[in-house]
Write a protein of this length. Sequence first.
Length: 323
Amino acid sequence: MTSVTYLTRLGFTPLFLLLLSCGEKDHPKGAVPSIPTSPVPEKSVTEFSGDNALQHVVAINAFGPRPAESEGYQKSLGYLEKTLKELGWKTRRQTFPSSTPIGTVNFTNLLARHSPDSEPDWSVSPPYLLGGHLDTKRYPDIIFLGANDSGSSTGVMVEVVRVLSQHGDAANQVELVFFDGEEAMLRNIDPKRDGLYGSRYFAGHLKSRNNKPHAGIIIDLVGDEKVPLLIGLDSHQNLQSHARVAARSLGLEKSVINASGGIIDDHVPLINGANIPCLHLIGDFQKMPYWHTTDDTIDKLSPKALENCGQLVLKILHQLTAD
């Protein structure tokens, strides 16, 4: 993930629900089969465990660096598939080749749905998407484990799965996507040419479904308690409001703040390529001297920071599904 001056802002109407209903017109395929859902309960917020999330990061980091096609990435996929299956979620690999500055690379996104008793209908999108990248920056000359970038978001997402799994149809509100190839092969992300490979592919292939998610939440670099969690400037205004309300209710208003500049991450293809309103939550990496270095290790993470992020996500999902 890379910071740039990112000026392309979509002119979403503040009438959020109207926007969501209009967005589905991009897929005129007749009646969309319904997915049984219920609101995400408020009590789910306090059920999130930062310690549990951290243990998932520890497990994934033990596999080594996770650039696309690597042994560490494949082992991480296997770990996630096994863990999510035990929690009643079905997974699907979305594998594709893509041209990169270093040649053709095979990338693999991992999609997950709550469906303990049967195979989910992958042609129908649940109302909300929770995503983050699983890959790490590719460095040929150093061992880069990426505990925070991107282990932290992965650990939070798996713990969110555990919590939602305890609440029946509430878990059907969400599809998880662990994106591959967020990191650029060269130094910085170019939104159309290098980096965001997995989210660009996912966004581009949503047209094959009967509908799109109403909204997405993308998280990244969320494990360091010493830095604030930023709300991306290009997040949808209604979702920004939900994030601020949720942060205040959790006593996090001083540690969840607006970003001061544009940040490119996996939400960008979802917004620009698929017209999905998104909320982008990312740790302030400019205040992380270890970012993209060998020092991005487990000791930089705290269960409290992971818990803050996980509880914030669940609180936002509660607010969205209770509306």
